[in-house]
Design a protein around this ligand. Sequence first.
Ligand SMILES: *Cc1c(COP(=O)(O)O)cnc(C)c1O
Length: 375
Amino acid sequence: MPAIPFIDLAAQQQRLRSQINDAIARVLEEGRYISGPPVTQLEDELTDFCGARHSITCGNGTDALQLALMALGAGKGDAIFVPAFTFAATAEIAPLLGATPYFVDVDPNTFNMGSASLKRSVLDAKARGLRPFCVIPVDLFGLPADYDNIIATARESGMRVVGDSAQAFGAVYNNRRIGSIADVTTTSFFPAKPLGCYGDGGALFTDDDELAATIDSLRIHGKGTDKYQNVRIGLNSRLDTLQAAILIEKLKIYDDEIIARQKVAARYDDMLSDRFETPHVPSGLQSVWAQYTLKLGGTAERKEVQEAARQAGVPTVVYYPLPLHHQPAYRDFPSDPDGLKISESLCENVLSLPMHPYLAEDVQNLIVESLTASR
Ligand SMILES: *Cc1c(COP(=O)(O)O)cnc(C)c1O
């Protein structure tokens, strides 16, 4: 039996091979490698897919966060509230722009930013003389954050909300797709994300015409009405034409893939929920299952389960082994005065299982057996 992949990009490639080859060939024939027609075509299709007014593609999901914070005008003295349990990119842009990342704890069931912790953190940031500037909730592992409560708390202090949806493009929050819920939403097309390209890529979504125009200018060196006029300091952050052409083909099957991911997750739930703490999806929300993550009872048990899986040839991954406020680069930034206990404990308890739309039932059965063999 071939090795079980954690994410099977080869199966998807097989399904789309001829369409993707043709799309690449068309880009090579046309020769417009930067800002070619597929880029605007993809942006229009992303807009249709998620329901936001504007889609602006860019170089990667981290640049998308940078473009969002630059467009909003973040700088020195500004507190930018981020969860402690996330990938480092969420917190990375605040200090790059001279602002202060402020770490907020997460909810023990959804693993997403907790609104009680956010409230405490905003008060504490003010007491420290920081200006509450914006909140960056993360739709971790594909599950939308608690936007209603977070947006309400943000507005009380005049803050904007930037949704880091790098893992959750296509997810649903109360009958709306991620993209028009936060003031600005960012996503990533890194290959392993639910909608990935064959290299780096990213995008921003917003309903705000003015913000969209500023982001469009910022991603091309702060261009004015033409690209040789510079009205602000910007970046060079564009999505390659080739990646846009590939994403157009992948987007055509993305709805279908989301349904397949949800089926895989439901089967894991059925087979594992009597023995493990399986993921919690609040009512009204739909995850796109970037990860399927169990919560175990501590590092010893996790090691045991992980080792049993490894011996059966089943790959598992710990996302994330360290909360951001314990990372050397982020240790000195402020955090919830009551501590970040849930983020810390999740780092000791979580374990992510193989998850992708092409996971066959017999392989999934094998994965489940390997996990339960240890108990
Ligand atoms: C992947 C990821 C990013 C960054 O995306 P890149 O395209 O790799 O730059 C940001 N935030 C979260 C939560 C991510 O998972």
